[in-house]
Design a binder for this molecule. Structure first.
Ligand code: MCA
Ligand code: AMP
Length: 520
């Protein structure tokens, strides 16, 4: 049987000169291609020694480091399923993910070992390792004793490679299952579509627990045998310094907004660059235009989801359709990618003509097979003819450009992270003295959108907005905390008694307008 393990494809793309530098970090470390190969072999051998079932889930909540990326490669190499978790998640969130996914192995930072291991052992996980961002921890100690040679486990393309938790349209987080084929086919197609060339160098400044930083960026560089300039955290000044020796950059819109606030951003400091790519959240047309004016580069915006990886993209070069009259158009997310079938439908599921607004549905080799252990939810999100309902609302114009105009799912995208109002409302509603709450997203100059909470007290209860925020901070990942909270007597409702979130959004939408962009 041909080995369709994604790792085999990534390893096959390593350059012949294995001692060349593959990754250079912002704290002065260099990793060769040989280092990536040997270290991933050692970790894969460690996983094999643990005597865990094939295709076990390996849950990982660690700070960004090259070793964390190597752990991802080792998980693929050993034929297991990688389950990355946002470092901001706190105990209630981690408890849910570990309980739901039942990982055979959990890897966390040494600082969190106490509480994470308590949760993991309770859920039946037998192996908990630590991995810190300074190359210490029990994972590396144990792997150091393992052989640096390893033959990749044989996997079918339809076998699972990763699970990414996302809340999808409603309710509790669901694990989007992604196969080796989903990831490999999307990465291979993007290598071509975005015109990767020998000698490209990628500045990697995104977190590696979501699709954008983990798959789109890392697979892009590895499949092209390209060097990565690795930033543990996004710092606009340090990233801009590296742009002068790089060719490709990928970021969420907040990263572009923050770089625009730097006076040093200009045509000269970006002259070495070939391509700037944006996605994960809407890129404002003013950001797109300001970037063009300041740097002379036109940002290429693309659209994706955890369930589908990349779906559509503006063209890298005029791609021949419409007589070659194709350009990167701000405010659009470009064309459905090769192999992706994208349609816009009305509420009854009937496909709509050009320029009409409706729900976006997609089909293709990139689309996930379903949610982990949730067959009913999976069935709800697919149509009878196999299209996945994205929950995004948009249109396709006569030239095939896709524009996203909104979302039917109640979701806030803040600095590229997803925040589900229903989850935050659930936590607020459990607090003493709270009768009801509503969380809405409003525009924000730095994060694009942020949450605002409106809370109704029970009769006679005295609630303080600060107290509500403080209690949320003790329980939830920091990026989910509403940036403002109001205690009021009633919520706007329609004739059916349903809370009118659009009215709340209108009331509060100018709230952050006066803020300047975050100073660096
Ligand atoms: C940090 N804070 C935030 C966010 N990030 N608040 C709202 N939204 C955020 N995204 C708050 C913290 O709670 C904290 O507040 C304060 O900002 C400082 O935290 P810090 O961690 O220092 O922030 P930062 O380093 O400035 O981070 C901002 C960031 C980061 C660099 C924009 O959020 C980021 O890396 N975002 C990228 C997300 C991403 O990769 N998304 C891709 C998803 P306090 O002090 O009050 O606690 S993949 C995806 O969507 C799909 C599939 C796709 O298409 O790509
Ligand atoms: P996630 O659940 O993290 O995979 O986020 C996926 C969602 O991010 C999509 O359903 C869209 O709502 C949003 N998204 C991704 N890229 C873009 C983009 N370029 N413009 C607007 N929204 C985007």
């Amino acid at each position: 049987m041909k080995n369709e393990n994604l790792f085999a494809a990534l390893r096959g793309a390593f350059p012949a000169r294995l001692d060349d530098i593959a990754v250079e970090t912002d704290n002065g470390l260099c990793y060769s291609w040989r280092d990536l190969d040997r270290a991933s072999a050692m970790m894969a051998n460690l996983l094999e020694q643990l005597d865990i079932p094939p295709s076990s889930r390996i849950a990982v909540q660690v700070e960004k480091s090259v070793e964390a990326m190597i752990l991802y490669l080792a998980t693929l190499r050993a034929g297991h399923v990688f389950l990355p978790l946002n470092t901001a998640y706190q105990s209630a969130e981690i408890d849910y993910f570990i309980g739901n996914a039942e990982p055979a192995v959990v890897v966390c930072t040494g600082r969190n070992f106490g509480w994470v291991s308590t949760i993991a052992f309770k859920a039946g996980t037998r192996h908990v390792f630590t991995l810190n961002d300074d190359r210490t921890g029990t994972l590396l100690e144990r792997a150091a004793a393992c052989s640096d040679r390893h033959t990749p486990a044989v996997r079918r393309g339809s076998d699972l490679a990763a699970i990414l938790y996302t809340s999808g349209t409603t309710g509790r987080s669901k694990g989007a299952m992604l196969t080796h084929d989903n990831l490999h086919s999307n990465a291979a197609m993007l290598k071509d579509y975005w015109g990767w060339v020998p000698g490209d160098v990628l500045v990697h400044a995104l977190p590696i627990f979501h699709v954008h930083g983990l798959f789109v960026a890392i697979h892009g560089a590895l499949l092209n045998g390209s060097k990565m300039l690795w930033h543990a955290k996004f710092d606009p000044k340090r990233v801009m310094a590296d742009l002068q020796r790089a060719t490709v950059f990928m970021g969420v819109p907040t990263l572009y907004v923050r770089m625009l606030a730097e006076p040093a951003l200009n045509k000269q400091t970006t002259r070495h660059m070939r391509l700037f790519i944006a996605g994960s959240a809407p890129l404002l047309i003013e950001t797109f235009q300001a970037w063009q004016e300041r740097t002379g580069h036109t940002i290429l915006e693309r659209y994706g989801m955890s369930e589908t990886i990349m779906l559509s993209s503006n063209p890298y070069r005029a791609d021949g359709r419409h007589g070659g009259q194709t350009e990167r158009r701000g405010g659009t997310v470009g064309f459905p990618l090769p192999g992706v079938s994208l349609r816009v439908v009305d509420d009854a599921g009937k496909p709509l003509p050009v320029d009409e607004i409706g729900g976006i549905q997609v089909k293709g080799p990139n689309v996930f097979p379903g949610y982990w252990r949730m067959p009913e939810k999976t069935a709800e999100e697919f149509t009878a003819d196999g299209y996945f309902k994205t929950g995004d609302v948009g249109k396709v114009d006569a030239r095939d450009y896709v524009t996203i105009v909104g979302r039917s799912k109640d979701l806030i995208i803040s600095g590229g992270y997803n925040v589900y109002p229903a989850e935050i409302e659930g936590y607020i509603n459990e607090m003493a003295g709270v009768a009801e709450s509503a969380v809405v997203g409003v525009p924000h100059p730095d994060f694009g959108e942020v949450g605002v909470a409106v809370v109704i007290p029970k009769p006679g209860a005295q609630l303080q907005a600060d107290g509500i925020i403080a209690e949320l901070k003790s329980k939830l990942a920091n990026f989910k905390i509403p940036k403002q909270c109001f205690v009021v007597n009633e919520l706007p409702r329609n004739a059916m008694g349903k809370v009118q979130k659009n009215v709340l959004r209108d009331q509060h939408q100018g709230m952050f307008a006066g803020l300047t962009k975050k100073p660096s």
